[in-house]
Design a protein around this ligand. Structure first.
Ligand code: FES
Length: 112
């Protein structure tokens, strides 16, 4: 098990998500990270409806009222604080959360 630095905490602007690459179970994956209310949250960048990225590979994540993340494909709407889909074709399912550790302004995730 190793740790990967994702970005600086000070790089994150409330209401704006950014993507990052990481490795899990020997597979390269893409994550997204954002500042939600008073915490930093990260999820696998994969919709729970179909296996596509929430931003459609553009790097532009659609976030409304700073509380909901919307999939570009069919508008599944996820709470940014929990990852729970509250509206759309996968309502009731949640994005896969990636635990983060913050140390001295740096954000880290475990990688394997
Ligand atoms: S692929 Fe995300 S809502 Fe359909």
């Amino acid at each position: 098990m190793s740790f990967q630095r994702v970005c600086l905490e000070s790089d994150l602007i409330e209401g704006v998500a950014r993507s990052f690459q990481y490795c899990r179970d020997g597979v390269k994956r893409e994550g997204l990270i954002l500042r939600a209310a008073h915490e930093i949250v990260a999820f696998e960048n994969a919709c729970r409806h179909l296996p596509v990225s929430l931003d459609g590979g553009t790097g532009d994540f659609l976030i409304t009222d700073q509380n909901h993340l919307i999939c570009h494909a069919h508008a599944a709407t996820y709470e940014v604080s929990t990852g729970l889909c509250v509206r759309g074709p996968c309502a009731g399912l949640s994005l896969k959360r990636i635990p983060v550790t913050i140390s001295k302004n740096e954000i880290w995730i475990e990688e394997d």
